[in-house]
Design a protein around this ligand. Structure first.
Ligand code: GDD
Ligand code: MN
Length: 242
């Protein structure tokens, strides 16, 4: 199919021990973009994964080409928020899509993000699990309570006007993302939440697309006690300062 426009999309994939997932997510992304005809690049930010994720990335780079698979690794695990910031520095697209690399975020939703963005020229389009028919599959009760609790507390304390604050499947205009990043202070998982709060503060327009989040099949979640404490601290900081 011919390219509908000259616009380019940069997809950021942060990885830590995603050896099994990376080839699948990349394959699905390439397939989806080839079908839609939009220009794209996939930026992989691996944080020194001991399982050899970067090696897998190098093979994918050979298969698909350096213009499609852009490897921007870091030496060690420095956290999710700073991984995005690192990746964005290297992005050449007009739009940036941030998503998880473990197949919990399915590339099939991306055409809906793009369509939604174009409908109202949105600055940000956020995937939502908590409205409009979105959902979460495969999480145990504990994990559901943590996620719902984090969203609920944030809704009450900050009233952000978006339904999924902790999710990370989003599309941003590049300049908007750069501006938001400059105003963000968080380093870890709380980054997603701060980004959407700052977007509202700056009166950027936000569209939402319902997504289903399916728990990973391969590997395990990196969300632990430290990340939860980090989230709570970040939330209180934002409550006190915004
Ligand atoms: N480079 C890098 N560095 N990548 C990381 C790091 C890190 O320190 N920590 C996690 N990742 C990558 C994982 O490899 C995966 O691709 C993605 O970030 C999400 O990490 P998971 O560990 O799979 O997160 P989750 O499934 O528990 O959490 C999901 O839900 C959270 C709460 O809603 C994600 O969607 C999070 O983004 C979200 O905040
Ligand atoms: Mn995950």
């Amino acid at each position: 199919m011919a390219a509908p426009t000259e616009e380019k999309y940069s997809i950021l994939l942060p990885t830590y021990n995603e050896r099994e997932n990376l080839p699948l997510i990349v394959w699905l992304l390439v397939k989806s973009f080839e079908e839609s005809g939009y220009n794209f690049e996939i930026i992989v930010i691996d944080d020194g994964s001991p399982d050899g994720t970067l090696e897998v990335g190098r093979q994918l780079e050979k298969m698909y080409g350096k213009d499609k698979i852009v490897l921007r690794p870091r030496a060690k695990k420095l956290g999710l928020g700073t991984a995005y910031i690192h990746g964005i520095k290297h992005a050449t697209g007009d739009f940036i899509i941030i998503m998880d690399a473990d197949l919990s975020h399915h590339p099939k939703f991306i055409p809906e993000f793009i369509k939604k963005q174009k409908e109202h020229d949105y600055d940000v389009v956020s995937g939502t699990r908590y409205a409009l028919g979105g959902g979460v599959y495969g999480w145990d009760l504990k994990r559901k309570v943590i996620s719902r609790g984090a969203n609920f507390l944030t809704q009450i304390l900050l009233r952000p006007g978006a339904s999924d604050l902790t999710g990370s499947f989003r599309l941003y205009k590049k300049d908007v993302l750069h501006h938001l990043i400059d105003s963000c202070v968080s380093k870890g998982y709380v980054f997603q939440m701060e980004m959407i709060i700052r977007a509202r503060q700056n009166r950027y327009s936000i569209g939402e697309v319902p997504i289903t989040f399916v728990d990973r099949v391969y590997g395990e979640s990196k969300l632990g006690g430290q990340e939860i404490i980090g989230f709570a601290k970040g939330l209180l900081f934002l409550f006190a300062t915004t």
